[in-house]
Design a protein around this ligand. Sequence first.
Ligand SMILES: [Zn+2]
Length: 136
Amino acid sequence: MRLEVPKPKVQETVTLPERLVEFMKYANELIVQEDEAATISSDDLIQLEEARGYLLAYGGLKEDDGSQFAFCYFAAPKQTRKKWQFELSREQIVDIAKGRLTELTMWACSSPDCGCKFQTPDDTCFYCDYEETPAT
Ligand SMILES: [Zn+2]
């Protein structure tokens, strides 16, 4: 059985990588154009493929008529392992797209080979925060 055993996370201020800024510019365009991808609540209607079969990031509007979006960004190309999960307001997306917001405060897994980052210290990492109970 997999048991949740949360590990402490490390607070970091990260400079937004260029890839992620590109994605936010794309998300901002969809918002400005009032594209359905940005006006209907979803987990993944906003998505950008970087290589065939590999998403750079995905996300969506949390609630219909809301202004808060949730995103998942893959920090390493062609990998689904190093995930950053975070939420941004419509205003923050504009600020990132315009280059006015360049950093985010995140909580990273302390395991050096994980690479996952979260927005709050209470988020749970699929890889680090579970333990298999020994089969007895
Ligand atoms: Zn982790």
